[in-house]
Write a protein that binds this ligand. Structure first.
Ligand SMILES: Nc1ncnc2c1ncn2[C@@H]1O[C@H](COP(=O)(O)OP(=O)(O)OP(=O)(O)O)[C@@H](O)[C@H]1O
Ligand SMILES: O=C(O)c1ccc[n+]([C@@H]2O[C@H](COP(=O)([O-])O)[C@@H](O)[C@H]2O)c1
Length: 208
């Protein structure tokens, strides 16, 4: 786990990173700037619980590429969920909040993930654990803002102009950040390279 000092404002950006790309970096920098975060941690998952991970490259490989792509003094890339033996984001977040009570954590995710957030394990409890920032993503804005989770959490959505205070708010609280409409996706990169899709479970496909 990266090193922290008390009071630090840390964005958690979980992902398959298969492979990492420029939009991961751009979304992290956008969130860092708009939310006034000190750091962003890329949590390279041992495997998204909603995806078929049979074709997923080894964690070490994805972490190495992610580090090369991140190239930023305030972005830390870690695969510590595997070391911890957790796969569900709720477990990761609960562990971090318990272990580092003085750190102000914010969960960051792209709009495609908000669109399917209601399928995540304990998604309502996740919203109770820490504030959430959703970064807009090309082709996903409407599905995200009209989603089951967005509607359920609507009373806790704050105005984008107040994004700077999100990390200080008691959860539930979330914000939708506009300003990034990158078409980049790992699926697109794999397709261009002729690599197997990385596999997504039937009926659970997460398009990008
Ligand atoms: N172009 C993008 N704009 C905004 N957010 C993005 C973008 N690409 C990825 N993200 C977000 O980055 C996080 C990690 O995503 P992930 O590693 O699955 O990349 P991906 O491009 O979505 O991969 P895949 O195409 O395999 O689903 C997720 O929260 C995702 O929503
Ligand atoms: O905890 C869950 O149920 C859950 C379901 C789907 C995705 N996630 C997490 O969401 C993050 C983004 O995943 P991905 O594959 O879209 O990059 C990553 O940290 C996953 O572990 C978590």
């Amino acid at each position: 786990m990266p090193w922290v000092t008390p009071g630090l404002r840390v964005g958690l950006f979980g992902g398959s990173f298969n492979p990492a790309h420029g939009a991961h970096r751009a979304a992290s920098l956008l969130a860092m700037r708009r939310l006034g975060l000190d750091r962003v941690w890329w949590l390279v998952t041992p495997g998204n619980p909603l995806k078929d991970n049979r074709a997923l490259p080894p964690l070490e490989e994805r972490v190495a590429v992610a580090r090369a792509v991140a190239r930023h003094p305030r972005i830390d890339v870690t695969g510590f969920e595997a070391t911890l033996g957790v796969r569900y984001s709720y477990d990761t977040m609960a562990y971090l909040v318990r272990r580092l009570p003085t750190v102000r954590f914010v969960w960051i995710m792209g709009a495609d993930n908000l669109a399917r957030f209601d399928r995540w394990q304990r998604w309502r409890a996740i919203a109770d654990l820490m504030p959430i920032a959703v970064v807009d993503r090309m082709g996903n804005s409407l599905a995200a803002t009209a989603s089951v989770a967005a509607r359920a959490l609507a009373p806790y959505r704050i105005d984008e102009s107040d994004a700077k205070v999100l990390a200080d708010l008691d959860p539930p609280a979330w914000v939708f950040l506009h300003g990034l409409k990158s078409p980049m996706s790992s699926t697109g990169i794999r397709a261009a390279r002729g690599v197997a899709s990385g596999g997504l479970g039937r009926g659970l496909r997460q398009t990008s």
